[in-house]
Design a protein around this ligand. Structure first.
Ligand code: HEC
Length: 250
């Protein structure tokens, strides 16, 4: 071996070629899983898009740094599945730009949070976590209930998401501001288009318990209530919903 190396070192072209071959091995190993991406990422034809209001809530979640304490990725380990529910599938992050899997759990994972609590619970918890969970160390976010939600730029927000592959239609982009308002105001005219564009399963209601105003609390709670609810695939036993697939099933 040292003999071969000595010879190689003296021939710069051969040495260069050898360096390229060796360093590309690591590169290939990193790229290889992408060749099987079609088999790795499940199909979820019922996958629902984030509405403009939910997208605004997601931005608030990012702005407030909630991801620093909460993950959104249930692993395939038994204890996680028993605690949180079906493990997260790759397809569920399809429309997450950027993804919010997180890397730290000071608080629990919230990938399956949607529908677990009432809107009123979320509002009380965000205003003062200790009011509902006495031992909580989570900070308060009371100002969200007082801050009016900025909805003017939402069309641009949707257009940007479309650029990176989220299939928003022209009508969705155009009506983003009206839809954000309408989703939290079920009695307003603007609410009729929301379910038409985003599907019957969309939550259309006043989220923050203050029907007169559209606040940042409305947006954040709307977002929290659809976490893990964009597709039914993980809840169907066929997808290996509660347990990792065994070798025989593959
Ligand atoms: C400093 C860490 C920290 C930050 C930042 C934080 N949380 Fe929490 N969160 C916790 C802890 C700890 C708990 C568990 C106790 C409780 O329920 O309050 C929790 C619980 C929760 C729960 C209840 C989850 C469940 O399944 O019971 C929700 C919902 C939640 N947080 C949302 C948020 C949102 C939204 C934000 C950002 C606005 C946020 N958290 C920011 C620490 C944090």
């Amino acid at each position: 071996m040292p003999e071969i190396h000595r010879k190689l070192e003296r021939n710069s072209i051969a040495f260069l070629a050898a360096i390229l071959v060796v360093s590309s091995i690591g590169g290939f190993i990193e790229i290889a899983p992408l060749f099987t991406i079609d088999q790795t990422v499940e199909k979820a034809p019922d996958m629902r898009l984030y509405t403009p209001l939910e997208l605004a809530g997601r931005d608030i979640y990012i702005r407030e740094g909630c991801y620093a304490c909460h993950s959104q990725m249930i692993r395939t380990l038994r204890d996680e599945v028993e605690r949180y529910g079906p493990y997260s599938l790759a397809v569920e992050s399809k429309y997450d730009h950027p993804m919010l899997w997180g890397s730290k759990r000071t608080g629990p994972d919230i990938a399956r949070l949607g529908g677990k609590y009432s809107d009123a619970w979320h509002v009380a918890h965000l205003i003062n976590p200790r009011a509902v969970v006495p031992e909580s160390v989570m900070p308060r976010y009371g100002w969200l209930a007082a801050n009016a939600l900025t909805i003017d730029g939402l069309s641009l927000n949707l257009a940007a998401q479309r650029k990176v592959g989220v299939p928003y239609t022209d009508a969705m982009v155009k009506n983003a501001t009206a839809d954000a308002y309408g989703q939290a105001a079920p009695d307003a005219d603007a609410s009729t288009g929301v379910k038409e564009r985003y599907g019957e399963a969309t939550n259309v209601r006043d989220f923050d318990g203050n029907p007169g105003e559209l606040t940042e609390m409305d947006a954040l709670v709307a977002y929290l209530q659809i976490l893990g609810r964009q597709t039914d695939i993980p809840y169907k036993p066929a997808a290996g919903a509660t347990q990792p697939p065994t070798v025989a099933e593959k």
